[in-house]
Design a protein around this ligand. Structure first.
Ligand SMILES: *[C@@H]1O[C@H](CO)[C@@H](O)[C@H](O)[C@H]1NC(C)=O
Length: 251
């Protein structure tokens, strides 16, 4: 091999090595600094919803008690507190009629839900609520974790001290399985009001069950929203009626 030839080969090898190292470096760089940063979501991930379950008499009414609260995203009626597998309305076994509340913990907390729970039924009535008689209407706070159990116990004690002449019957139970009830029991108060159903565009059942708007209007229909909100919704509905028929999409 002539000297010039071996120089040329050497140069080619050097170039090749350089090229490889540049390519490798690029790969390494692109791993460390992805060039698609703009596609990474800027908003922090939404805080997951929390869920609470209460039993306080007929679940038709219970669902309406919580549906209008700020921060409540979804309500579902169902069966909880017993041992029967797959309970149904006509054979719910040892379960209690219950409501599951999915809420945004930044807007409302378990303690506030407890306050609404206590102020929305008679926790001293034995074996029922109002005219609804039977253990399926018993009063229960379901808890998940020691902090919720503590808050529930404290609130029950406070409730008991309000009057010693009768016993607060409310039970505090660790939440087991919550069995959602049949569709016809979901948003029952709203379904009694075909006019309101029409106003929100006759949502299909699945949407009705998961919709915050339906949860609110379910309360409104039962006149269980706070007076101020009840009036705001009245005004909004009046306005829609006056203007024609845009569908009510939010409150
Ligand atoms: C209890 O709370 C934890 C944490 O918030 C949650 O992951 C879990 O699903 C809850 N359990 C029930 C039965 O709701």
């Amino acid at each position: 091999m002539k000297l010039s030839e071996s120089n040329a080969l050497c140069c080619r090898l050097v170039w090749f090595a350089l090229l490889v190292s540049i390519l490798l470096a690029e790969t390494a760089l692109s791993i460390r600094f992805p060039d698609r940063i703009s596609q990474v979501p800027i908003d922090p991930p939404k805080q997951p919803l929390k869920s609470a379950v209460f039993a306080l008499g007929s679940f038709w009414r219970s669902e309406a008690v919580f549906g209008c609260l700020d921060g409540v995203v979804r309500t579902t009626v169902g069966y909880a507190g017993g041992s029967k597998a797959n309970p149904e309305y006509r054979s719910l076994g040892d379960h209690a009629e219950s409501v599951q509340i999915e809420y945004d913990p930044k807007l409302v907390n378990f303690r506030q839900l407890l306050e609404v729970f206590w102020s929305s039924h008679d926790s001293r009535q034995v074996f029922g609520q109002g005219p609804d008689v039977g253990s399926q209407y018993r009063s229960i706070i379901f808890t998940n974790g020691s902090e919720e159990s503590r808050l529930a116990a404290v609130s029950k004690e406070r409730e008991q001290t309000k009057s010693k002449s009768s016993i607060v019957t409310t039970q505090i139970q660790q939440l087991g399985t919550f069995y959602p009830a049949e569709p016809e029991h979901q948003k029952f108060e709203l379904k009694r009001n075909p006019f309101l159903l029409q106003l929100i565009g006759n949502l299909p059942e699945v949407e009705l069950e998961s919709s915050s708007l339906a949860a609110k209007l379910n309360s409104y229909s039962a006149e269980l929203c706070p007076t101020k909100i009840q009036k705001q919704i009245d005004a909004k509905i009046d306005n829609i009626i006056k203007k024609g028929w845009p569908i009510l999409r939010e409150l």
